[in-house]
Design a protein around this ligand. Structure first.
Ligand SMILES: [Mn+2]
Length: 342
């Protein structure tokens, strides 16, 4: 580490941003979760973690919002083989379920029930694995960020965080509300993560930002559950178009959050130009600078960021643009976490 030069080109050493820190030295642990079993539209996010780490090597370390950002002790854990294997095993089964549904089968058909049971048990296993792994690092005083994978992955981490910080809030950036009670029969669907978080953790506030592709049931839930506040994409865009400074809107958003904040960042909350290969892209969305402004206001508001996830980054086969943007968002999440803690 003593020979590390933050001005040199990044060395592909397997770590995020090519940083030199070991697991013991690190303050922020990035846990890759290569998982996309329940992805409905198109798969590929299980390749996200590897692609983001690889693309991160060419990201410069200087940060306009954090002094000496290279001293932020971040390390990424290796790709977990057991999770990759379980994902490979379950994904074809989930494809079968989706195919059966599309051809008119119902979720109570015996063949379907057997498939769903196996998939739901596998997802439960992944949740347990995430919970146990992240609980371990949190108990050592570290902050954990997950790198997905689809949006079903963070339940275990949010449960671990919830045990340590009761009454925390979530800043949820996404094109989708993810409030469905199961989706396509999958209890732990990427489309149900916030439903499951509201059921299974001590969450006090859920602030959803950028949502624009939702079902009726999700909007009704959003209006009736006092814990939820929705800043949909049209509200954000129209306010700005009508001359309200976006920073004012950000202050309001942050103002709803309690002192401990977890960030759940679905890359499709951004404009799809920034994530063209993500599983379920939707027109509209936040710009990179809007997100940086929002996170900066959060990190300097006196609130503490206690964990985060970045999900749904799916690398293209031909180009690494999605992974490049993902790496830069992950860098900002890590550095704003640090900024919020000093
Ligand atoms: Mn999502």
């Amino acid at each position: 580490m003593s020979s590390f030069d933050p001005n040199a080109i990044g060395i592909p050493n397997g770590n995020f941003l090519g940083l030199p820190y070991t697991q013991e030295e690190a303050d922020i642990i990035i846990l890759p979760v290569p998982w996309d079993v329940t992805t409905s539209y198109r798969s590929g996010t299980h390749r996200g973690p590897e692609a983001v780490i690889k693309a991160s090597t060419q990201v410069d370390l200087f940060d306009f919002f954090l002094e000496q950002a290279w001293e932020n002790r971040i390390t990424a854990l290796p790709l977990p083989d057991e999770i990759l294997q379980l994902n490979q095993q379950l994904r074809p089964l989930a494809q079968q379920v989706i195919h059966l549904l599309e051809t008119g089968s119902s979720s109570v058909d015996p063949q379907m029930m057997t498939l769903l049971e196996e998939i739901n048990q596998g997802c439960e296993k992944m949740n347990q694995w995430v919970y146990q792994s992240t609980h371990y690092w949190i108990s050592k005083g570290k902050t954990v960020g997950l790198l997905g994978g689809d949006h079903s992955i963070p339940l275990g981490l949010i449960q671990a965080v919830s045990e340590k910080f009761s009454g925390f809030g979530i800043l949820h950036i996404d094109a989708h509300a993810d409030l469905r009670k199961a989706y396509e029969g999958f209890t732990f669907s990427h489309a149900s993560i916030m439903y499951n978080v509201l059921e299974h953790t001590s969450i006090e506030k859920l602030i959803q930002v950028g949502i624009r592709d939702v079902c009726e049931e999700e909007m009704i839930r959003g209006h009736h559950d006092k814990r939820i506040r929705q800043y949909d994409d049209y509200l954000l865009a129209f306010e700005t178009l009508n001359g309200k400074p976006f920073s004012e809107t950000c202050e309001e958003i942050v103002g709803h959050l309690p002192s401990k904040v977890y960030i759940s960042f679905d890359i499709d909350g951004l404009n799809p130009e920034l994530c063209p290969h993500t599983g379920t892209p939707v027109p509209g969305g936040l710009s990179f600078e809007q997100v940086v402004l929002l996170l900066h206001i959060l990190a300097t508001s006196g609130r503490q960021i206690i964990g985060f996830d970045l999900v749904e980054v799916a690398p293209g086969l031909e180009d690494e643009w999605d992974a490049n943007v993902g790496a830069r968002i992950l860098q900002k999440l890590c550095n704003f976490t640090r900024l919020s803690q000093i």
